[in-house]
Design a protein. Structure first.
Length: 147
């Protein structure tokens, strides 16, 4: 397989077409090409996205993330949160969650990090905490108490 280098700008543009935890760069590029060419670009069968039916729903990570952070005193480093989520969700993770992404990380691991970002956007986690530190907000504590 050939290796190519692309600009950061092109990568960001193609990334707009990617579905997190499903697409790799190539499948996202095929989606972008189909979009531009009104569906007239055929995607090779081997390049289609994987199914998400065998993955844990993304929002199911929220409670274990927040519980882990609270158990650590309201803030924790990323690795401690990931370890806590893994132990809390071990019996609930699906087989697809353990599959590797193209970068070699497990899909559930990426899901935890994607959901951290979503929780920051929702105000459940601090947006200005130090790099690598996840900190719960009052809104996050309130959300957790309602679960």
């Amino acid at each position: 397989m050939p290796v190519i280098r692309i600009s950061d700008e092109l990568f960001k543009e193609v990334q707009k077409y990617a579905e997190p935890l499903v697409d790799n760069f190539e499948t996202a590029l095929w989606k972008a090409l189909r979009s531009v060419n009104k569906g007239n670009v055929g995607v090779p069968v081997k390049m289609t996205s994987t199914r998400t039916a065998n993955l844990t729903r993304q929002k199911e990570f929220w409670k274990p993330i927040l519980e882990t952070i609270v158990s650590k005193g309201g803030k924790a480093d990323a690795q401690a949160v990931v370890d806590g989520v893994e132990s809390r969700m071990k019996s609930r993770l699906k087989s697809g969650d353990y599959e590797s992404n193209t970068d070699g990380t497990a899909k559930w691991f990426k899901a935890v990090h994607f959901q951290r970002l979503e929780m920051v956007h929702q105000g459940l986690l601090e947006h200005n905490s130090p790099r690598g530190i996840w900190q719960i907000t009052d809104k996050g504590r309130q959300w957790l108490s309602q679960q």
